[in-house]
Design a protein around this ligand. Sequence first.
Ligand code: SF4
Length: 378
Amino acid sequence: MTTTFDQLAQAVLDGTPATSDDALAVLQAGDDHVLDVVAAAARLRRAFFGNTVKVNYLVNLKSGMCPEDCGYCSQALGSNADILRYSWLSTQEALEQAEAGVAGGARRVCLVSSGRGPSHRDIERVADMVGAIKAEHPQVEVCACLGLLQEGQAQRLAEAGVDAYNHNINTAASHHDAIVSTHTYADRVETVGRAQGAGLSACSGLIAGLGESDEQLVEALVALKALGSDSIPVNFLMPFDGTPAGDAWEPVNLTPLRCLKILAMARFVCPDAEIRIAGGRELHLRSMQGLALHVANSIFLGDYLTSQGQTARDDLALIADNGFVVLGADSAPAGACTAGPQPPSARQGTSGGQERASEEAGLGIRRRGAGTTLPANA
Ligand code: SF4
């Protein structure tokens, strides 16, 4: 039987873009139709990305101490979240962290620093790191995520070998000022444009769960399509205690099935963009992570910037178990067929149902990898 969502997928494949109304219909589909939604979105995913999953690896070059006040961010001004705080990694440290991710199967390394934006000295620092990574691993894509860019900085990063620049719009223009006051939506859009102007691939995405309406989620995705974002990280709010978003978070806001619909909506609106399941994957998708891979085509390996993910071994098993292969890998992921369940470790800094969910997902504040003496989760 052909479903409405299947017809929508066919129309998209035939060249008719999904409208805002289509996107809203996907987002507001009944839970009893979620498999129809996933099956239809999976057709688009297969058409553009086959059976591959792009694996990205985050390296947090500089953690915390940010002067901006993004209400969702554990690294923001005024955040009391109990995260790792450290200044810039050295080039050698950044290389070692990146290599851990590459060895784990990552095709793209994301070099991220907290802060409003880089100084020219910071740009040179990152250029040096990129040179070191590219010299050892020329096949690996490097994405930089350093905040708002000034004139000329994107060009310098491109010259240094950076392939992509990440700067999320995070939410709809109509909701932006409710989550941050120290910069504007227009500032963010300008930086995406600067990256594109320098020939960098634009990576820009969103965070779901910031108190936005369904219409605003659609608005954000339509904006990302208009921006020409090549890759779209879809984050699900991680409610860090000690941040405004964490204190206000309602656990019912993001159910696993709603997260699936959000990812499917992204796929319908931006069918050929890399849809990357980002922060909050384990916490909010939980047992739906596998199904989500049939809609999205990319995940981050191991840990996030300030929080721990499930083990990298489980990430690779997730890919293999669902019949996918790691993009760029010569053989099946190392975790395939051998990875069993991992014991949960307590997530710190949450309460009630959130804590239970987090413990089940094996999450916590990141205490390993960059900025520590412990091996990375990769
Ligand atoms: S999202 Fe970026 S700019 Fe905003 S507070 Fe966090 S590190 Fe700073």
